[in-house]
Design a protein around this ligand. Sequence first.
Ligand code: NAP
Length: 296
Amino acid sequence: MSATIIDGKAFAAKVRGQVAEHVARLKADHGVTPGLAVVLVGEDPASQVYVRSKGKQTVEVGMNSYEHKLSPDTPEAELLALIDQLNNDPAVHGILVQLPLPKHLNEDLVINAINPAKDVDGFHISNVGLLATGQKSMVPCTPLGCLMMLREHLGSLAGNNAVAIGRSNIVGKPMAQLLLRDSCTVTIAHSRTKDLPAVVRAAEIVIAAVGRPEMVPGDWIAPGATVIDVGINRIERDGKNVLVGDCDFASCAEIAGAITPVPGGVGPMTIACLLANTVTAACRANGLAEPEGLTA
Ligand code: NAP
């Protein structure tokens, strides 16, 4: 193996430390305690784990955590009324509605009901538009975490050829916008892309966000490229249940200059960036300077 392993776990701990320091200063100097409200509708086991983990880490960095657990058959009007209440609550600086929502709820309608200034997931259509036009916005957590790791590892990203494999609204598209904002030459690949191996081989930065276990082999990777593997796929191997990424780690690590592992790469950065977005939102709401290095 020749690639440097980008340690997302360690980097996430560093980001949480920076958030905690900023929260302590906000409390001491301005009497402001950032607050994050997380809304969970239903009993999806994976979502319950995420929400618990978010609440725990929110409290650990000194912020207030407000959890709202609603039954799976909650009517849309009731959920919208809760969002309205949170939009108007000055103690709440960030609102996150855990996705996916039960089928009877309109996700776009619900997300777009959140005050964009409190939309710490960065999914509100106003934040999507602000990001696309290069204006100050709330940036989706997973691509923000990828960007932070790329900047930390490469310094300036300007002039690099970058490919995002995947065009979802939560990863691929905002990732491409962030790379473009940092002056990369960006390609967005997807299931209809012709000759994907050649597209990936032309890239110095590869973001894999597909959801297909170990789809990207090492011989697609340009020597020395930086590979960020967003994929989280659970598979059976040697009778065990294991997590793997969208890249074949062993063969990619032979060729790449640097690579994120799965687990321990992008995953831990996502919640760290949620906390970073919440402290940023609290600063903006109070007209205070934003923490450096925690936003795009
Ligand atoms: P998604 O909404 O399912 O999007 C997957 C994308 O991959 C689509 O754009 C799809 O293309 C493309 N794709 C599918 N098969 C392909 C192929 N054979 N060749 C090229 N492109 C292909 O997934 P997502 O929500 O972006 O998530 C992607 C992965 O990241 C998943 O494993 C997910 O679990 C993981 N994830 C991790 C985190 C984290 O915190 N680490 C956060 C979010 C997601 P089409 O648009 O043409 O269908």
